[in-house]
Design a binder for this molecule. Sequence first.
Ligand SMILES: NC(=O)c1ccc[n+]([C@@H]2O[C@H](COP(=O)([O-])OP(=O)(O)OC[C@H]3O[C@@H](n4cnc5c(N)ncnc54)[C@H](OP(=O)(O)O)[C@@H]3O)[C@@H](O)[C@H]2O)c1
Length: 238
Amino acid sequence: MSKLHQHHVVIVGGTSGIGLATAVLARDAGATVWAVGRSAERVAAAAAANPGIQFETLDTHDRAGLTALFSKIGTIDHVVAAATGANRTMAPFLDQTQEQFREAFDKFWGYCNVIRESAPFLATDASITLVSGSPARKCNPGMSSISCVGSAVEALTRALAVEMAPTRINVVAPGLISTGMFDRLGDQRDSALAQMTQNLPINRPGQPEEVASAILLTLTNGYMTGSTLDVDGGTLLP
Ligand SMILES: NC(=O)c1ccc[n+]([C@@H]2O[C@H](COP(=O)([O-])OP(=O)(O)OC[C@H]3O[C@@H](n4cnc5c(N)ncnc54)[C@H](OP(=O)(O)O)[C@@H]3O)[C@@H](O)[C@H]2O)c1
């Protein structure tokens, strides 16, 4: 029987991309899964396409809403924070206002809310998995804000893995993954993603399911904590 059988799993940022793929894998492994996102339309579409997962409309910045959801669930075995959660300005640092730079950290503050509000409801052997991104440790020009946010997420993981033990806290760092994040590119989407990944050792964009399977490992491996798991086609290699 799967290690997730009848476990309560909450995925924040679970209506699209990496979070939704994780929700599907966890459901298929026998977990009871709650998946949340901001947009009611996305929630409705994800619910229609994915029976057996409980979808809710919720923002990571709504602390009262998070508490209401977690207390409704009762005991939580695993929390995954995969929400993008912020307006990011991709521009040289000196061309950004301080406000634009600060906005990118809304992802980080959202993750902090998820950890704080879920903590009272965690099972004794619970896990929390955060999602950072390869720019945390390999940053191209124009990516300083997302690099700093990713680094903060990874540093928080290591700090809390010690402080909140025996709760296990890990972070998964995706490279370029083909998700709804790139829908804004319209018709250029596939060619742009192919071009951005053509020089990687694995020369294609990643798929959300490939990141989701790494997230599931952090949920089910009881000896992993404080770890950063890279799923990036070799992005970090020289
Ligand atoms: N795709 C990549 O190439 C890549 C690379 C590196 C890191 N990442 C990271 O991987 C994580 C998942 O990204 P993805 O590519 O799967 O993106 P995605 O397909 O756009 O999915 C993002 C999910 O987060 C939800 N969300 C966003 N802001 C939220 C908020 N404030 N509160 C609650 N839910 C929120 C979205 O729903 P709503 O929009 O309806 O709220 C959606 O369910 C993010 O942390 C992202 O930074 C992605």
